[in-house]
Design a protein around this ligand. Structure first.
Ligand SMILES: NC(=O)C1=CN([C@@H]2O[C@H](COP(=O)(O)OP(=O)(O)OC[C@H]3O[C@@H](n4cnc5c(N)ncnc54)[C@H](OP(=O)(O)O)[C@@H]3O)[C@@H](O)[C@H]2O)C=CC1
Ligand SMILES: Cc1cn([C@H]2C[C@H](O)[C@@H](COP(=O)(O)OP(=O)(O)O[C@H]3O[C@@H](C)C(=O)[C@@H](O)[C@H]3O)O2)c(=O)[nH]c1=O
Length: 298
């Protein structure tokens, strides 16, 4: 098949990368490229380029390829690990971003950032709110934003907080909550930690809408409309997947139990993206219903 549009997805084997791949694949109108370090990684309908994004040699080897869009989903997302292994975090989240955005050629670039660039003291942050990352992971993601702005004008920086799942399951928030409840374990849910969780399938759809639109380049908060505590989010998982017998302790987050500092209220004001992308359902319930469908058909 001859496609006239191409998209490169970094971190295509990851939670968001796979959701983005699945979305673009079913559109059937894009030539899809993906980058993974895993030599055995294959995906139907995608050309997988094997390499490490921290390798200048690798990126130079694919430099002659021109893409219509690059969606940079790769990162080291283990927040506690980033706090301890700072070199690894810097290389994966800042240096790799510098190489990608300075070496690879594309009409549009998308960088996935995080709500953790804010310190969570007030919440309801806009794109212009005061930035104060608490953890080293969050600091590297913010440094990544700087690298993007420095290298290319035609960029979208999307600050978000996402949930989803990998096959086989890994350790992200939904995966952890689901697995613990399935194994009949009692878990602790933080009642004083707030966010606007967005399902990776929702974010994938929004990314496509951004690419095909001509909305202004820059920073966008891509979050759901509603604020929810992490405790209530876990309760939603319990309800949605019918773990009626399991118990979730409603407790307050205690920083002493965590290696890396965490922010308490990273809720984002999503007005800018809602005005730019009209007629999209930014509700948590819509994301959960997509999750339910994807999870049962996995
Ligand atoms: N998960 C979350 O809760 C949130 C995530 N984000 C952001 O969303 C984005 C996607 O996160 P998510 O999908 O959860 O992450 P995952 O860990 O699921 O996927 C990231 C992928 O990046 C790839 N990768 C990491 N380092 C390298 C490297 N040096 N070279 C090549 N590939 C590399 C890995 O693929 P492989 O091993 O195949 O090479 C991995 O599968 C990230 O930018 C993250 O910061 C933002 C807010 C919340
Ligand atoms: C929310 C929560 C987590 N936990 C435990 C289990 C969970 O795996 C671990 C970490 O929680 P979280 O996944 O919510 O927190 P964290 O690892 O800080 O998640 C972050 O991920 C990175 C990639 C981001 O970019 C951020 O936006 C942020 O959501 O803490 C609880 O015990 N109870 C809870 O209520």
């Amino acid at each position: 098949m001859n496609y006239n549009k191409s998209v490169l997805i970094t971190g295509i084997s990851g939670m968001l990368g796979m959701a983005v791949y699945r979305h673009f694949k079913q559109l059937n109108s894009y030539k899809i490229f993906g980058i993974s370090r895993n030599k055995n990684f294959r995906l139907e309908g995608a050309e997988i380029l094997i390499g490490d994004l921290t390798s200048e040699v690798f990126l130079n080897s694919i430099q002659s390829q021109k893409f219509n869009s690059i969606i940079h989903c790769s990162a080291e997302v283990n927040v506690n690990l980033c706090e301890i292994e700072k070199d690894l975090a810097f290389k994966a989240n800042v240096y790799a971003t510098e190489l990608i955005f300075s070496i690879l050629d594309s009409d549009k670039y998308i960088y996935i950032s995080t709500d953790a660039v804010f310190d969570g003291k007030v919440g309801n942050y806009t794109e212009n709110s005061f930035l104060n990352p608490l953890s080293y992971y969050a600091e590297t993601k913010l440094l990544g934003e700087g690298v993007v702005k420095k290298n290319v004008k035609n960029h979208y920086i999307l600050r978000t907080n996402i949930y989803g799942f990998n096959v086989p399951m890994k350790k992200s928030l939904f995966e952890w909550g689901y697995t613990e409840l399935k194994d009949s374990k009692t878990i602790n849910g933080f009642s004083n930690m707030y966010f606007n969780p967005m399902y990776v399938g929702q974010l994938a759809e929004i990314i496509e809408k951004i690419i095909v639109s001509n909305i202004e380049y820059g920073i966008y908060n891509v979050a759901t409309n509603e604020k929810i505590s992490k405790y209530d989010f876990l309760l939603k998982i319990k309800k949605e997947f019918d773990f009626s017998k399991q118990y979730i302790n409603r407790i307050e987050f205690n920083q002493n139990d965590f290696v890396a500092p965490r922010a308490l209220n990273t809720t984002l004001d999503n007005s800018k993206i809602r005005i730019a992308i009209k007629d999209y359902d930014f509700s948590i319930d819509s994301g959960f219903s997509m999750l339910r469908n994807d999870f049962h058909s996995k």
